[in-house]
Ligand binder design. Structure first.
Ligand code: ATP
Ligand code: MG
Length: 262
């Protein structure tokens, strides 16, 4: 696995969430949580099982509404927006349990994820079919290039339902990239993926990051977090426990205690 040492992140915040709260019945899944993701960074979000990491992703992308708190993206509040509007602003997320369409081909799953296809405009299809055809060709090329990047090019014509759990995670990542986002939220990209492929994914994330993409990554695989991230946020029992550079987090007594349950 390549270490992300030469990686350059700015200190400009792209996403800032403050005071986020979400309870389910009596459970305070996320309580007064803050997180910042700098432009151009690969930021990590870690914490023990049930710490509230996925709930925090759901709040950032407004899949669920916060009870309290604000989320600012690129200088604008977004916590009042619908999930599709948040996607239009340039935030895309993957799911801990992949949401692929099993009865469609891998390639069609990719193409469906693309935004603003001219082919959706009836009049353009009628009167400018060459533009529509050109755009379709470009999308196909983009999809095939991303599928190659995540090691799924040979599976392009297979049903998505025939993929392994790990391959579905890779397809989700490819689908997310089809929308040309500014920020991509990855929920456990390495879970269930074989170790050789994990190294490839990390290398790809570093390449995409150097091309300008910002990442926020939830992951239990500490090798992945420590090699990729320039800053790591730690949640425990729904609350911020620590944040800092990977080396600080690795030796932070509170973090070790939360993980080891001492
Ligand atoms: N829709 C829901 N309804 C009720 N409780 C929920 C719901 N979603 C999450 N929770 C609870 O909120 C807490 C935080 O869950 P969450 O899935 O955010 O944790 P996590 O940090 O992502 O854990 P993991 O590492 O296991 O994925 C848990 O106690 C969980 O059971
Ligand atoms: Mg989770």
């Amino acid at each position: 696995m390549v270490n992300n040492q030469s990686h350059q992140s700015s200190s400009l915040p792209l996403l800032v969430a403050t005071g986020l709260c979400k309870s389910f019945g009596g459970i305070k899944a996320v309580y007064n949580a803050n997180i910042e993701v700098n432009k151009g960074s690969i930021t990590g979000l870690i914490g023990p099982n049930g710490a509230g990491k996925t709930t925090l992703f759901n709040l950032l992308s407004n899949f669920i509404r916060p009870d309290k708190g604000r989320v600012i993206f690129d200088g604008e509040p977004i916590h009042h927006l619908q999930p599709y509007q948040i996607a239009q602003q340039g935030i895309v997320r993957t799911f801990q349990v992949p949401r692929t369409l099993s009865r469609l081909s891998v390639l069609d799953n990719m193409l469906l994820a693309a935004q603003k296809q001219t082919g959706e405009n009836f009049w353009q299809v009628q009167f400018q079919p060459h533009i529509v055809a050109k755009e379709e060709k470009q999308l196909q090329e983009q999809a095939m290039s991303l599928l190659a990047a995540v090691g799924l090019a040979k599976k392009a014509r297979d049903y998505a339902g025939s993929l392994s759990g790990g391959q579905r995670k890779l397809l989700e990542m490819g689908r997310a990239l089809m929308t040309n986002p500014k920020l991509i939220l990855l929920d456990e990209p390495a879970a269930g993926v074989n170790p050789k492929l994990i190294d490839d994914i990390c290398d790809r994330i570093i390449t995409w990051n150097r091309e300008g993409m910002t990442f926020l990554i939830i992951e239990h695989n500490m090798d992945v977090i420590m090699s990729l991230c320039d800053r790591v946020w730690v949640l425990a029992e729904g609350q911020n426990l620590a944040d800092g550079v990977p080396a600080e987090i690795q030796t932070n007594a509170k973090v070790l205690e939360a993980y080891l349950g001492k």
